[in-house]
Design a protein around this ligand. Structure first.
Ligand code: HEM
Length: 388
């Protein structure tokens, strides 16, 4: 927690500078409308910092209950930060809470902006993504350590907790994704058409798998169709109409190949992770534990990065899928970005900074993992006689 908090604070500071320096028109236009989200995030961040201090340094100074509560508050404030920031992102997809006069937003209602239709479903989807990614990554690490030290009760306990968090989230994630896709169909039909490879508007639209975008023919090559299923999934009606890419002005098309590929990878990984969760549940039901099944532990090691890959793909689908807009229908990305020349230098500098920070995280995590106990012993809490 401490490692990721520290890295989060550094990268977050860079991001806030970047918003002002690289996106001045966006901040001028959108700042008063979505500023509330960033203020709440600030409060959540400070709460997290205070209670993280108690959690990390208070083990000998506060009671076990207070220590546990401090950990709980760290988790809740982290979730609150994530929720408000993703709701601000949702506002860029479905802008609400203002009217336009002479090209300027007036009558600003920050609450209506925050509670925009996309954000309300994007936020739980992202929180589940965080839980599923971290749950699977931690489960993979402990599965690997259990293969090397079978019977180690520390790794068994850790694997159980990580699998419970990751597994429950992996089962809920496709449900949340399905609701989100229906919302995208309602408010961003072009994005949905790109996600689903729907080129022409049709009744009884097929569900499509695979496909390579051919920009000359404006068609997908090598695509597999399952008739009526997309209409059924989106509107519970096999003959419902689904709008196609060609029904929208070409100047508003996002980069189709990238968006569709990212979306498909995310959904595929979502289903693979759901299968892992069901496999774990079946093993627990049949044998009461997952530790004896070497095939499961080995597969878990391989599955550990999947959540992070899906999360990256999800963001590519959402953000590249919104192009050419930064705020749909109001502000284009080209109008929002800084007109300053010579941006290569800060790009290289910040890129190098992020690579450096990533290396530090990997190094610290490897050190942390290799320091985990070979044998787990119950340590009594200094202020209580009971083992914790
Ligand atoms: C299993 C089926 C899944 C479906 C049907 C699905 C659906 C969607 C949809 C429709 C969006 C676009 C939202 C928008 O542009 O407004 C999205 C975004 C996203 N997805 Fe998924 N998703 C699935 C699985 C996953 C998984 C497994 C992860 C990560 C572990 C994930 C992470 C994300 C992220 C980070 C975003 C961008 C942020 C957000 O909109 O919340 N998704 N997903």
């Amino acid at each position: 927690t401490a490692i990721f908090f520290a890295i989060g604070a550094v990268t977050g500071t860079v991001l806030s500078f970047q918003l002002g320096l690289l996106w001045p028109s966006f901040m001028e236009w959108a700042g008063p409308i979505i500023g509330l989200a960033f203020s709440i995030e600030g409060f959540a961040f400070f709460t997290e910092a205070i209670f993280l201090g108690i959690y990390l340094y208070g083990w000998r100074k506060v009671s076990p209950r207070a220590h546990l509560a401090a950990g709980g508050i760290v988790a809740v404030s982290g979730v609150v930060s994530g929720v408000v920031v993703v709701m601000a992102n949702g506002w860029m997809n479905t802008p609400r809470g203002f009217t336009i006069m002479d090209g300027t937003p007036i009558n600003i209602d920050p609450i209506a902006a925050l509670l925009n239709p996309s954000g309300l479903l994007q936020a739980p989807h992202m929180i589940l993504a965080a839980f599923v990614s971290v749950g699977f990554a931690v489960a993979g690490i402990h599965a690997w350590l259990l293969l090397r030290h079978p019977g180690n009760s520390f790794h068994q306990a850790a694997l159980k907790i990580a699998l419970t968090v990751g597994g429950i989230s992996a089962i809920l994630q496709p449900v949340s994704g399905d609701l989100l896709a229906k919302r995208v169909a309602e408010f961003q039909p072009l994005k949905l058409a790109v996600f689903e490879g729907q080129v022409r508007t049709e009744h009884g639209a097929a569900f499509r798998l695979g496909g390579v975008w051919n920009s000359e023919k404006e068609e997908f090559d090598y695509i597999l169709e399952i008739p009526y299923v997309l209409s059924l999934m989106l509107y519970l009606d096999p003959n419902a109409e689904v709008k196609g890419i060609q029904s929208f002005a070409k100047e508003n098309w996002p980069p189709i190949g990238i968006v569709r590929t990212a979306f498909q990878i995310m959904v595929l990984i979502g289903f693979i992770m759901m299968c892992f969760a069901l496999w774990a549940a079946w093993l627990v039901f049949k044998t009461r534990n997952v530790f004896q099944c070497k095939a499961f532990l080995k597969s878990m090691v391989l599955a550990s990065p999947l959540g992070f890959i899906a999360t990256e793909m999800g963001w590519v689908a959402t953000e590249v899928g919104r192009q050419p807009w930064v705020v749909v229908g109001y502000l284009k990305t080209a109008e929002a970005v800084t007109p300053m020349p010579g941006l290569t230098v800060p790009l290289v500098f910040f890129g190098a900074l992020y690579v450096f920070l990533a290396c530090i995280v990997i190094w610290l995590m490897v050190r942390h993992i290799s320091a985990t106990p070979k044998q787990f012993e119950m340590i009594p809490h200094p202020l209580s006689n009971k083992p914790v």
